[in-house]
Each structure stands twice: as structure tokens, then as C-alpha cells.
Write a protein that binds this ligand. Structure first.
Ligand SMILES: [Zn+2]
Length: 267
């Protein structure tokens, strides 16, 4: 393995059944199930292990009507990652499904965009509509980490380690960032919620929870520019990701998959 080439995993931890029209501004003509899958991601390479997002716990799943399929620390253990040994967590944005489990990584520092922290603690949070995907306790927990000097702030594009860069996209949340990782099959982009499903980026459609529609659409272009090919774009909530990428090990099919290996079919 060279100095800047990494393994990348998607670790599926939760599930939500919903109808397709709920996933798009303007709805969808098909009244079919289009569930969301919930993931965290792990980047493993010569510079250590980087966990991307921290998901939510069972209490939050109950509160929000989601189903935990495998607790995140157990999912990470299947690929040899002990949560309490993780030193770096990259938080894509401060929505409840990306920054819970506040104490799961006690020795990690957290990489967050300036813009996202300002957004989640600023004037827009006075509005109930803007708070729908954001939990007070998650934001407070992150503020506590700031005061404990455990947050590394980034302003736009930045390098986390050789072969790992972050890119502010905004749109869905004001300071949302995606991650570009060099792998043996080329540069993979973990889009997170810059594209919830393949259909969002492939068809130029927009998820209903959105801070700025224009930035979502511009973000699709940025992601396509950063990724080696459309096959290298990993949407944040598409159940297909867990199906079309190979399992990290036998028995992990549909739960923990390798993204640094080509998918078995097109998303
Ligand atoms: Zn999300």
C-alpha cells in the first residue's frame, strides 16, 4: 500500500421505510417504497483510521421512528476498528443521523466545517422548521468538544491526510462537507447527504430537507468533478450501496461493504 491509498468501508446501522414521494421536492409519480439506509463510513490506511460520521443511538432511533440494524460500534468492530481507539472523526454535518453517539469515540478529535458549526448555533436555529433534522443535545455535545479542544475546524476544502480531502458543499445543510478518498480503484467520493440517493445526483432531483436548493445542485457538479467516475460516487442514504458493493467479510453482506472495490452493478 502506498502512502496515500486507503481502504474505504460503508457500515450500515439503521433503516427507515418510507414512500418515494417523501424523498424528493415535488414528490415522485411512483407511490412505491423507497427506504433510506443509514451509514457511517470508515477510511483505513497508512495514516490511521478515520471514521466519517457517528450516526444515532437506539434512543434516537426510537424517538425518530428509525430501526437500528446494527449498533455502530459493533459494525466497526467487524472490520477491526475499536471505537475507543479512533483518533479522528470527520463529521459531514450536524444533523441528528450524523453526529449522535457523543461518547462512542472518547479519544477522537472531530473535523467540522466552520460554516456548519456557525449554522447549528446561529440565527437559523430559532426557526422550528430549520431545527427538524437537528437535535439540541447533539449541538451542545459538539460545543462541549470545542471547549475541550477536541474539534478541528475547516473552512472549505482541506487535506485531512495524504489522499483524504474534505470539500464543503453546503445545500442540504449550510456547512455540509463531502470526503474524497484515494483508493486502489481511483478517487472515491463519500457524498454523504450531498446526495441521499443515487437518483438525486443522477437525475438532478433534491431531497426535501434542504437549506439551499441552488447549492445542492451546484454540489452535484462538484461531486462529479471530484469522483473518478459516476461509479465512484457513494450517496449517503441509498440502500443500494449495501447491496452492490462486496461484503467486507463473509456474513457482512448488506451491512459492512467495501467501497474501494468496484461495485458489482451500477447504482
Ligand atoms: Zn442524513
Amino acid at each position: 500500500m502506498t502512502d496515500d491509498v486507503h481502504e474505504v468501508y460503508a457500515v450500515r446501522y439503521a433503516h427507515h421505510d418510507r414512500k418515494a414521494p417523501e424523498n424528493f421536492i415535488g414528490g415522485d409519480p411512483h407511490d412505491i417504497l423507497q427506504p433510506l439506509a443509514y451509514y457511517v463510513w470508515a477510511i483505513v490506511g497508512p495514516h490511521g483510521t478515520y471514521v466519517v460520521d457517528t450516526g444515532f443511538d437506539r434512543a434516537m432511533a426510537d424517538k425518530r421512528g428509525r430501526i437500528i440494524v446494527k449498533p455502530i460500534d459493533e459494525g466497526l468492530q467487524t472490520i477491526g476498528i475499536q471505537a475507543d481507539a479512533v483518533e479522528d472523526v470527520i463529521v459531514t454535518h450536524l444533523h441528528y443521523d450524523h453526529c449522535g453517539n457523543h461518547d462512542m469515540f472518547p479519544h477522537a478529535r472531530y473535523h467540522v466545517q466552520d460554516e456548519e458549526m456557525a449554522y447549528a448555533t446561529g440565527r437559523y436555529m430559532r426557526h422550528a422548521h430549520m431545527r427538524i433534522p437537528i437535535e439540541t443535545d447533539d449541538v451542545v455535545a459538539m460545543v462541549r468538544k470545542v471547549f475541550a479542544d477536541r474539534v478541528l475546524f475547516h473552512d472549505g476544502a482541506d487535506e485531512i491526510a495524504p489522499g483524504i480531502t474534505i470539500h464543503r458543499i453546503g445545500g442540504h445543510s449550510k456547512g455540509l462537507q463531502c470526503i474524497r478518498v484515494k483508493t486502489r480503484r481511483g478517487h472515491v467520493v463519500l457524498a454523504a447527504d450531498a446526495s441521499h440517493l443515487y437518483s438525486h445526483i443522477n437525475e438532478g432531483r433534491v431531497f426535501p430537507v434542504t437549506f439551499n436548493v441552488g447549492d445542492v445542485l451546484e454540489g452535484y457538479r462538484t461531486i462529479k468533478r471530484l469522483a473518478e467516475s459516476p461509479d465512484h460516487i457513494v450517496p449517503g442514504h441509498d440502500p443500494l450501496v449495501a447491496e452492490i458493493y462486496p461484503a467486507a467479510a463473509p456474513g457482512l453482506e448488506g451491512l459492512v461493504v467495501r467501497l474501494d472495490v468496484a461495485p458489482t452493478r451500477v447504482g
